[in-house]
Design a protein around this ligand. Structure first.
Ligand SMILES: *[C@@H]1O[C@H](CO)[C@@H](O)[C@H](O)[C@H]1NC(C)=O
Ligand SMILES: *[C@@H]1O[C@H](CO)[C@@H](O)[C@H](O)[C@H]1NC(C)=O
Ligand SMILES: *[C@@H]1O[C@H](CO)[C@@H](O)[C@H](O)[C@H]1NC(C)=O
Ligand SMILES: *[C@@H]1O[C@H](CO)[C@@H](O)[C@H](O)[C@H]1NC(C)=O
Length: 321
C-alpha cells in the first residue's frame, strides 16, 4: 500500500502517468481517447486545462455511451475503459497541457492522462469549402492536406447535428476505396490531395463533412465541406419564379405600414394643430374679437407644438427633481 502510494507520487513527480501528444489545425477539430484502468467505469471523468492555479474544467462525463457537449468540447465515456474527447474550432490559445481525469473520493488515487495540445496555424489549407451538386449525379470533394499528413491514414466523416463525426471513412494507403458501392475515396500523396467522390447523390447526402488525418493517438479534422444536394436545374421556371415572388412580397407589407404610419402621424399633427388653432382663436375671440385672423400666420402649429413640448419637458424635469 505504502509502496503503491510512493509509486503514484513518483509518477506524478516525473510529469505524467501517460501522455498524449495531440496536434490540430486552427479552425479544425481534434478527437482522441483517454484510457483508464478497470474498476473506474462508474466514476465521473473530467477533461480540464492546466493553468498556474488549477486545472480548469472544460467538460465532464454524463451518462455512459452518450455524448456530452459544452462549448467547443465533447466527451463520451464508454464501457471499454476509455473515453473520447473532441475539441472543435481550435484556436492558437487552446494550446497547452490538459488532463483526462477520473474522479475518485481519494484524489491521490485518481487516474490522470496528460494531453499536450498543439495548434498549427500555417500549412493547414482551406478551412471550409462549399459544394453544390445535383440529385442522382456525382459530387467530387477534394481536400488538400499538410506535408506532415502525407503518410497518414486519411479520414473523412459526416458531422451530425450535435457536431459529432459519424459514418467515417479511413484510407490507409493511396489506393481507391469504395464504400457501399457509392462513395469512392482516393489519396494522391505526391500532390497531397485527398479526393472523395459521391455517386448517385441523394437528399440525405446533404450535410457537413470533414476531411482530415489519423494517427494511432488522435484524429485531426482540417477542412469542413458543406455539401448541398439540389434538384437538377431542369425546371428553371419554378426556381426563378419563386425567389422573385418571395422577394417582392416582403416589402409590400413594410411599405403599407410605413404609409399608414406617415398618414396617421400627419393626420394626428393636423388634428392637433386644428385643435390648437381653435383653442387659440377662442381665447383671442373672447379677448379681442377679430384680432386672431391677423395672427394665425405668425403663430404656426409647429411653433405651438414646440412650445408645448418644451413646456412638457420642463414639467418632466421638475417632476424628477
Ligand atoms: C459518377 O461516378 C462513377 C464512378 O466514378 C462513374 O462510373 C459515373 O459515370 C459517374 N457519373 C456521372 C454522371 O458523371
Ligand atoms: C512519407 O513516406 C515517404 C516514403 O516512405 C518518405 O520519403 C517521406 O519522407 C514521408 N513523408 C513524411 C512527411 O514523413
Ligand atoms: C469511426 O467509425 C467507427 C465505426 O463506425 C467507430 O467505431 C469509430 O469510433 C469512429 N471513429 C471516429 C474517430 O469517429
Ligand atoms: C440511384 O439511387 C436511386 C435511389 O436510391 C436508385 O433507385 C437508383 O437505382 C440509383 N441509380 C444508380 C445508377 O445507382
Amino acid at each position: 500500500m505504502r509502496n503503491l502510494l510512493i509509486l503514484i507520487i513518483l509518477s506524478f513527480m516525473t510529469g505524467c502517468v501517460s501522455c498524449l501528444e495531440v496536434e490540430g489545425c486552427s479552425g479544425g477539430t481534434v478527437i482522441f481517447t483517454c484510457k483508464y484502468p478497470d474498476n473506474y467505469q462508474s466514476n465521473d471523468k473530467y477533461f480540464c486545462k492546466e493553468s498556474t492555479q488549477s486545472c480548469e474544467e472544460k467538460i465532464k462525463s454524463g451518462m455512459k455511451n452518450t455524448w456530452e457537449n459544452k462549448d467547443r468540447f465533447s466527451l463520451c465515456d464508454t464501457n471499454r475503459k476509455l473515453f473520447t474527447v473532441i475539441i472543435r474550432k481550435l484556436e492558437k490559445s487552446d494550446e497547452g497541457n490538459y488532463k483526462c481525469e477520473v474522479a475518485t473520493s481519494d484524489p491521490s488515487s485518481g487516474h490522470v492522462t496528460i494531453v499536450e495540445l498543439k495548434v498549427k496555424e500555417d500549412d493547414c489549407f482551406k478551412k471550409s469549402v462549399k459544394e453544390t451538386a445535383y440529385l442522382g449525379r456525382n459530387a467530387t470533394i477534394t481536400c488538400k492536406y499538410p506535408e506532415d499528413h502525407e503518410n497518414r491514414t486519411k479520414y473523412f466523416c459526416k458531422q451530425d447535428d450535435r457536431f459529432i463525426c459519424k459514418d467515417n471513412i479511413t484510407l490507409e494507403s493511396e489506393k481507391i476505396s469504395n464504400k457501399h458501392g457509392r462513395l469512392f475515396v482516393s489519396d494522391n500523396r505526391r500532390e497531397r490531395v485527398f479526393t472523395v467522390t459521391f455517386t448517385n447523390l441523394t437528399v440525405e447526402d446533404t450535410g457537413v463533412y470533414w476531411c482530415g488525418g489519423k494517427t494511432h493517438v488522435y484524429t485531426t479534422l482540417i477542412t469542413e465541406v458543406e455539401l448541398a444536394v439540389n434538384a437538377p436545374p431542369k425546371t428553371t421556371m419554378v426556381t426563378t419564379m419563386s425567389p422573385a415572388s418571395s422577394s417582392r412580397s416582403p416589402p409590400s407589407p413594410l411599405n403599407s405600414t410605413s404609409v399608414v404610419t406617415i398618414v396617421s402621424v400627419s393626420l394626428g399633427g393636423l388634428v392637433f394643430a386644428a385643435f390648437l388653432v381653435i383653442v387659440y382663436s377662442c381665447k383671442r375671440n373672447k379677448q379681442k374679437g377679430s384680432f386672431f385672423l391677423t395672427h394665425t400666420h405668425t403663430h404656426t402649429p409647429v411653433e405651438a407644438a414646440e412650445g408645448r413640448t418644451a413646456h412638457n419637458n420642463g414639467q418632466n424635469s421638475q417632476n424628477i427633481q
